[in-house]
Design a protein around this ligand. Structure first.
Ligand SMILES: [Zn+2]
Ligand SMILES: [Zn+2]
Length: 203
């Protein structure tokens, strides 16, 4: 049996390999998930591009984390190939409206963005994956339960900011002599880039 990955604990489904990348047989960390997601986001009509405040999701690892319901991105979570691709670039939306409590035959007319997904999670305690469809009626309900989407937009961006690798590298250069506790944690995170995942599996 395939070793259980950290993300699998959240999504509660079996770990395994992916038919899309059959040569990938080991767990990796979310920060190592850096495949290009722009085509995937584009196909779902989610905003793409370099602008962090406008782009729905910056990295493959963040996308997977949010779809696992881990909005507070922890880049050190391990992930198996099955969960990586099922929740990431090979995730496909259902054809029906996925908003909690949807009734009727209304077809999706819009895409649930990451901030919307986060807002639904915080107010309805239900996970609706970014990229899912939502019908016109449910958009109205959504606007009632999440009257100010910018709260969740800002919330997600601040989580993302603190983990963004480019900013981290830039900050690392700027704060070379920085010696606070937070800075120590910061460097511990960076050092973990080269850990061997196989050691952790053996434990
Ligand atoms: Zn897994
Ligand atoms: Zn609906």
């Amino acid at each position: 049996m395939f070793p259980r990955c950290n993300v699998g604990i959240f999504v509660k489904t079996q770990c395994g390999t992916s038919s899309h990348y059959q040569n990938e047989l080991s767990l990796v960390k979310l920060f190592d998930c850096n495949r290009d997601i722009s085509g995937h986001l584009h196909s779902l009509r989610l905003p793409t591009g370099q602008n962090q405040t406008k782009c729905d999701t910056q990295t493959e690892g963040q996308l997977i984390s949010r779809r696992a319901g881990v909005f507070d991105y922890n880049r050190n979570l391990s992930i198996c190939p099955k969960h990586r691709y099922d929740l990431g670039i090979y995730w496909r939306p259902r054809t029906t409206c996925q908003f909690p409590g949807h009734v009727g035959k209304g077809k999706p007319v819009r895409t649930v963005t990451s901030p919307m997904s986060y807002g639904i999670w915080c107010t309805q305690t239900q996970l609706v994956h970014a990229g899912s469809g939502i019908c016109r009626k449910c958009i109205d309900v959504f606007k009632e339960v999440v009257p100010d989407i910018t709260v969740y937009q800002t919330g997600l961006n601040s989580i993302t900011d603190s983990n963004d690798s480019e900013k981290e590298e830039a900050a690392e250069e700027r704060s070379f002599n920085f010696t606070s506790d937070s800075s120590d944690n910061f460097y511990n995170l960076r050092q973990r880039t080269n850990v061997s995942y196989h050691n952790e599996l053996d434990e």
